[in-house]
Design a protein around this ligand. Structure first.
Ligand code: FPP
Length: 251
């Protein structure tokens, strides 16, 4: 992954767990799925805001590998929303120069969704603006396991010795290869957990939790998170004095 500047300004990579859709709907006596539908509107606003600000990568946790355990009708609505969102939003994202990538085990999705994903990724692949990574059927541990398997295969082929395995090699085999590490992680909805999101990648990320439920999250809330991030001192294992003196380098 790319080197990281020691001072925090605008985050290059923002990763978000969009939590609280179900509770938002329940508060309104609506079905949980109405919360997900409302959440899509916030996704659109947050994507636009981050792209306009100059964020390089935005990663959204849309569906975890554990979310299959939800009631079948909720899973089905989430899949439909995903298909519809891709159909509706891809062209506009393309016009904004956004490159879309889906990370996670997309083979588990039905053919309709897989085709949409392939089309949206292909259309936007050459764009040079913000990269929007949507994590779908994603699990952080599985991401690391897959990377370990790929590296083990290279060892088995005789291309590498076990002693050659280092952090950069693991990183290069994660689904986020060639992306900067997340600088800022945001979780809405009041829970203070990582929930098997980008486990390896979040090692040095600044964590930000807000009680706001995802459908109520907006540009002003995101700006608060950015301001909070800008006030943090990122030390990457160095002392505060080293950082102040400018002697520390990126990892
Ligand atoms: C968590 O809320 C949210 C999800 C599991 C799905 C998030 C999906 C969207 C916002 C829409 C799809 C997104 C894209 C990018 C197409 P929850 O249901 O766990 O809420 P709760 O904790 O209040 O029950």
């Amino acid at each position: 992954m790319a080197d990281i500047a020691p001072s925090a300004g605008l985050p290059r990579h923002v990763a978000i767990i969009m939590d609280g859709n179900g509770r938002w709907a329940k508060q309104r006596l609506l079905p949980r799925t109405a919360g997900h539908a409302a959440g899509i509107n916030v996704v659109r606003r947050v994507v636009r805001y981050c792209a306009d600000k100059g964020v390089e990568v935005l990663t959204l946790f849309a569906f975890s590998s554990e979310n299959w355990r939800r009631p079948a009708d909720e899973v089905s609505v989430l899949m439909d929303l995903f298909v519809e969102a891709l159909a509706r939003e891809t062209r506009q994202m393309h016009e904004q120069g956004i490159r879309l990538r889906i990370i996670g085990d997309t083979e588990a999705f039905d053919g309709r969704l897989r085709r949409r994903i392939a089309e949206s990724e292909a259309l936007t692949a050459g764009n040079t603006g913000m990269t929007l990574m949507v994590a779908g059927n994603y699990g952080g541990r599985r991401d690391v396991v897959r990377a370990a398997q790929r590296v083990a295969e290279a060892v088995q082929r005789g291309e590498l010795a076990p002693a050659d395995i280092d952090e950069r090699l693991i990183e290069a085999n994660l689904s986020t290869a060639n992306m900067p590490e997340p600088d800022l992680f945001i979780r809405t909805g009041g829970e203070r957990r990582i929930s098997n999101f980008l486990l390896w990648q979040l090692a040095y990320t600044e964590l930000y939790f807000t009680e706001t439920l995802w459908p109520d999250f907006d540009e002003s809330q995101l700006e608060l998170a950015f301001q909070d991030f800008a006030s943090r001192e990122r030390r990457f294992g160095c002392t505060g004095e080293q950082i102040q003196a400018g002697s520390a380098v990126g990892r």
